[in-house]
Structures are given as C-alpha cells and as structure tokens.
Design a protein around this ligand. Structure first.
Ligand code: TMP
Length: 203
C-alpha cells in the first residue's frame, strides 16, 4: 500500500464525523505528516460553487439532478486536486463515493449500478484506502440536527430518511476490511484513540 493513503470519513448528519476529522488533522500536523483535506461536496473552488447550488435552502432539484451535481463536484476535486496529490500526501476526505450510494441510492432510490459506473468513470481505479464510518442512534441524531442553527437543504429530511441512509452505509461496510465503524454513542475519547491507532498503521 502507498505510504500516503486516502482516508475517508463517512456517516449521516450528527454522527461526529467533523469532530474526528478535526482531531485527526491536529494529529497529522503534530506528526508532520503531509496531508490535504477535502470535503464533498466542496473542497476545490469550483466544487464549493456546486456545493452552494445543491445545498442552498432555496434549491429544489430533482434527485437525479442532485446526483449529477454531487458527481460534478467530485469530478472537479479529482481533476484539480486529488489526481496530482495522490500518493504524495495523505488525502483526507469528508464524504466520498459511499455518500452518493448511501444518500442517492439507499435514501432516494436512484439506481445503484449507475452511481457505481459514473463514479468509476470519474475516478478510474482510484479508491479510498480506508473508511471510518461514523454512526449515531436516532435519538442523538434528532437532538443534534435540531441544535443546528444554519440548516442546509439536506439537513431537513425526516428521521426515516437518515435511518435508511445509515442502514445503507452499514450494508456497504459489512464484512469489509477497509472499513471501521466509529459508534458515536461510545466514549468520544476512546473513539479518538481508535482512529489514531488505525492511522498509525499506515506509517
Ligand atoms: P455536510 O457537508 O454537512 O456533510 O453535508 C453534505 C450533504 O450532502 C449531506 O447531507 C450528505 C449529502 N451528500 C449526498 O447526498 N451525496 C453525496 O455524494 C455527497 C458527497 C453528499
């Protein structure tokens, strides 16, 4: 495996993904490990423009339009950032391919094969080296979403939708070595340690 992996954090809203990414960034800085961080949708300049379009509360795109917009944002990241940094830096991504399968397929019912095919078309053979799947129970999800002051278009689905998405994520990770489930109902400091321990195995 390359020295510099692609590390992805996945999970539904309120699963603690952003907290752990911030913590991991601190660790990478401390250890002087070269890295870059992207979020999807967003990350590169053009991808951030697409993010604003998709997640704007005033937008009301059809689910297939959403799919193409998420993929357009990914293509911009791949072409302008990921390709040239691949294997030269650790690439840390807040959401990637699995978000599209979990939200657009398991959540919204868009054809899974088409999503997989289009991702391959954009990313060729590039795959994440490891994915931390952050999970949350529905009670905590509800309270964490309600606390968000600045809700975007995708923060407003009903709980059943997020339940479907999380189940989808769990299916994607089932029995796969390249995934680790980080259960946000467990002690946050324990989870921090588990993540760092796994990252250390790459260096
Ligand atoms: P976040 O930045 O708060 O994670 O919000 C991004 C939203 O976009 C989140 O609700 C998940 C959604 N999303 C998809 O539906 N499909 C995708 O492919 C990606 C990357 C994100």
């Amino acid at each position: 495996m390359s020295k510099y992996p692609i590390i992805v954090f996945e999970g539904i809203e309120g699963s603690g993904k952003s907290f752990h990414i911030r913590n991991l960034e601190k660790y990478l800085k401390k250890k002087k490990i070269k890295y870059l961080k992207l979020r999807e949708p967003g990350g590169s300049k053009n991808s951030e423009k697409i993010r604003n379009l998709i997640l704007n509360k005033k937008s009301n795109f059809n689910k297939i339009t959403d799919l193409f917009l998420y993929l357009a944002a990914r293509n911009e990241n791949y072409e302008t950032i990921i390709k040239k940094n691949y294997k030269k830096k650790l690439i840390l991504i807040d959401r990637f391919i699995d978000s599209t399968i979990a939200y657009q397929h398991y959540g919204m019912g868009v054809n899974k094969k088409i999503i997989i095919m289009l991702n391959k078309f954009i990313l060729k053979n590039l795959k994440p080296s490891f994915t931390f799947l952050n999970t949350v129970n529905m009670k905590n999800l509800k309270s964490r979403i309600n606390k968000r002051s600045n809700k975007n278009r995708y923060d407003k689905f009903d709980i059943k939708f997020y339940q479907k998405v999380q189940k989808g994520y769990l299916k994607l990770s089932k029995n796969k070595k390249k995934y680790m489930i980080i259960n946000s109902n467990n002690q946050i400091n324990e989870n921090k340690k588990i993540i760092i321990k796994k990252i250390d195995t790459f260096f």
